[in-house]
Design a protein around this ligand. Structure first.
Ligand SMILES: [Zn+2]
Length: 333
């Protein structure tokens, strides 16, 4: 056999083996795709449903303006309900791969701990709330004819300004926000966590802030959901910091159209988590950091420990500090 034929056969063999997923980098933790395509996201969700033997239930909650599915993936069947939302802003992607890994780690497998967790909590994830914004790699949904109060003419709406409880979902001009509002009303989560990304900041001690979080800051949120949001914030911060993060408070606004505020008004312990956009070399770390928070919140809800956290500990989380010059700037929430 000539060398060239041998080489061609070997190449074909490698291609087949790789396509079958039979080889993984030895010893290395597998890197997650920070920005799975629309098609790849659907493929992974349906694969999760199949491989979890139905423990992960995948359904579209509706379609975006450009007719892409907005997916809900639900795992567990316990009485405590948790809603995670990722990527309302299309160019803030990293909550999405974290959610896929969370669903995989909770839904696939049947060990004692997994069975226990799934009996205590039901976790529903709106995975990539803004698929059109992802495709266009921008913050907004896709509605170029709109002249939105919040958003950008020629592009679309800022979905995360259109969750106002006073606006009925059917009258919501921002399609995907209406879908999430309706989904929230159907599911009635005790806890609701919204994953975003922010620019880069430095804390008062000179260390970079890797993530920021906040509870509702709009007037009128009842004491019970507000305290729960603070307890969830403390749990998330502790878990993320234990994994090497440096979490601060997020200086968010009090407008009630912001999901963090709206879902607090609607009775959920509602939290915003913002991962700092620290560049490609930190993306795997940031995905893991979001994943840490997803697991910790689910676990602390399942075992009830979240309710014994002192909410005042949230107020003691340090403020975010100053922007790092020349770093990416992003709009809030
Ligand atoms: Zn955002």
């Amino acid at each position: 056999m000539s060398n060239s034929i041998r080489f061609a056969l070997l190449s074909a063999l490698i291609a087949v083996v790789t396509a079958l997923g039979l080889v993984a980098p030895a010893g290395a933790a597998r890197e997650l795709d920070p920005r799975p395509s629309t098609e790849e996201l659907a493929r992974q969700l349906l694969d999760l449903q199949l491989r979890s033997r139905g423990e992960v239930r995948v359904t579209p909650i509706g379609t975006s303006n450009q007719q892409r599915p907005v997916w809900s993936a639900r795992v567990g069947h316990g009485p405590q309900r948790i809603l995670y939302v990722t990527q309302q802003h299309g160019d803030e992607p990293l909550g999405t791969p974290a959610a896929l890994k969370f669903l995989r780690e909770v839904g696939i497998g049947n060990d004692q701990h997994q069975r226990w967790l799934r009996e205590q909590v039901t976790v529903d994830v709106v995975v990539r709330a803004n698929p059109d914004g992802h495709e266009h790699n921008w913050r907004y949904n896709y509605d170029p004819d709109a002249d939105p109060e919040f958003g950008e003419a020629g592009k679309g709406y800022d979905i995360n300004r259109y969750h106002d409880p006073a606006v009925a979902p059917e009258n919501n001009p921002a399609t995907e926000a209406g879908l999430i509002r309706r989904h929230h009303a159907d599911f009635q989560p005790h806890i609701s966590v919204d994953y975003h990304m922010q620019g880069r900041y430095v804390g008062g001690d000179g260390r970079e802030i890797t993530a920021s979080l906040m509870w509702p800051t709009t007037p009128g949120v009842a004491e019970e959901p507000l305290n729960l949001a603070k307890q969830v914030s403390v749990v998330a911060r502790s878990a993320m910091d234990a994994g090497g993060a440096n979490v601060s408070q997020y200086p968010g606004g009090d407008y009630q159209g912001i999901a963090r505020n709206a879902y607090g008004l609607l009775g959920s312990g509602s939290v915003l988590i913002e991962l700092s956009d620290m560049g490609p070399e930190h993306e795997q770390f940031q995905i893991t950091s979001a994943l840490d928070s997803m697991h910790a919140i689910a676990e602390a809800t399942a075992d009830g420990s979240v309710t014994s956290v002192d909410p005042a500990q949230a107020d003691a989380i340090p403020p975010r500090g100053e922007p790092i010059p020349a770093a990416t700037t992003r709009a809030g929430d």
